[in-house]
Design a protein around this ligand. Structure first.
Ligand SMILES: *Cc1c(COP(=O)(O)O)cnc(C)c1O
Length: 364
């Protein structure tokens, strides 16, 4: 066994904090003296009740989720939400979408099955920037305005919440939730699949202002009706219990983080800022690697980059693997490389990657 696990730059399912994996391993056969693994417990029992309530209250605390917002633990991932958002919130009428990358493009296409969709903004010539807010075409009477906070594939992130429009904001935060503070109250709804920054695949978080509930289209499946999920404490049917437990451990891990005087999410935010700065500085200083995203909207979580000579891609990936730097291959639609540096990626991992980038450039 090497003395450390390799650094895993996967975009998702992504690396988990090692501490959390060890804690889960320790509790695998017997959760806190119950004699059961969490995955063997009734979701309606007292023990799992404690687990889900703790997870919800920790999430509310970390993100400052207002009390008039429901926190739902659902299934189906963010792609199911692409249908469930219009089914629950559009009333079959108008909904506007900002398209800044592959994921929001998918959201917009799916919504067309359920309501009258308009693209409020979309950059010309590839997903490399976010059109200025003043240029967005937003219908005053749209049921909501949808955007993707961080485009995982294209590496484009909103530096700030695009506030100031009439319709409630709906945000896909799958790959940036809990990477820094989020003004949940500035949104009608925020959703995120867990497998990037919260936990294992299988649970999807939805935070939604209760005022918007109760107007689902009649065709909305009951198990996916936000009002039904809320009224049943996310237990209308069996929730993904083990994934919720793991997400809960990650939330506690975030709350424990320290960075100088900073604690919890503030500490994680500062670490993420430094990690991204280190990596972009290295790429920008090089004549072999390139990232074409406008600097003001570069993602702090997913850093796509190309080798100027793609013939070197295979050698690059093989050399990285030998150094214990895993899953750096870019998404097939963009090509090249992508380093995902979510909360669980330690600074030492980014440093190891930067060292490798420099060494590889020197030897090629
Ligand atoms: C990964 C991802 C998705 C897709 O999530 P699934 O859980 O596979 O449905 C959607 N949006 C964003 C921003 C993502 O990062």
């Amino acid at each position: 066994m090497p003395d450390r696990r390799p650094y895993n730059f996967s975009a998702g399912p992504a690396a988990m904090p090692e501490e959390v994996l060890r804690q889960a391993a320790g509790e695998m056969l017997d959760w806190q003296g119950t004699g059961m693994s969490v995955m063997e417990m009734s979701h309606r029992g007292e023990a799992f009740g404690r687990i889900i309530h703790q997870a919800e209250s920790d999430l509310r605390e970390l993100l400052g989720v207002p009390s008039d917002y429901a926190v739902l633990f659902m299934q189906g991932g963010a792609l199911a939400q692409n249908a469930l958002i219009p089914l629950n919130l559009s009333r079959g009428a108008r909904a506007d979408y900002v398209v800044t990358g592959s994921w929001s493009a998918k959201s917009e296409r799916e919504a067309r099955k359920f309501c009258d969709v308009q693209v409020a903004a979309r950059p010309e010539g590839g997903f490399l920037d976010i059109p200025p807010l003043a240029s967005w075409q937003v219908r005053e009477d749209a049921a909501y305005l949808h955007y993707c906070g961080n485009e995982t594939i294209d590496g484009v992130e909103f530096p700030e919440v695009p506030a100031g429009f009439a319709p409630p904001l709906v945000a896909d935060m799958s790959s940036s939730i809990l990477s820094r503070p989020l003004d949940v109250a500035a949104h009608g709804c925020v959703y995120a699949g867990a497998q990037k920054n919260i936990g294992p695949a299988g649970v999807t978080l939805v935070m939604v202002r209760r005022e918007l509930l109760g107007r689902a289209l009649p065709s909305c499946p009951s198990a996916f009706d936000y009002a039904v999920a809320d009224a049943n404490g996310s237990m209308y049917n069996t929730p993904p219990t083990y994934a919720i437990y793991m997400a809960g451990l990650v939330l506690q891990w975030i709350a424990r983080q320290r960075e100088g005087d900073l604690r919890g999410l503030a500490a994680v935010t500062e670490r993420n800022r430094r990690k991204a700065a280190m990596l972009y500085e290295c790429i920008d200083a090089s004549s072999l690697y390139v990232n074409r995203v406008a600097p003001a909207v570069r993602s702090r979580m997913n850093v796509p980059f190309q080798l100027r000579d793609p013939k070197l891609d295979a050698a690059f990936l093989e050399g990285a693997r030998q150094r214990g730097l895993l899953q750096l291959k870019g998404h097939k639609s963009v090509g090249g490389m992508r380093a995902s540096i979510y909360n669980a990626m330690p600074e030492a991992g980014v440093r190891a990657l930067v060292d490798y980038l420099r060494d590889f450039e020197r030897s090629h």
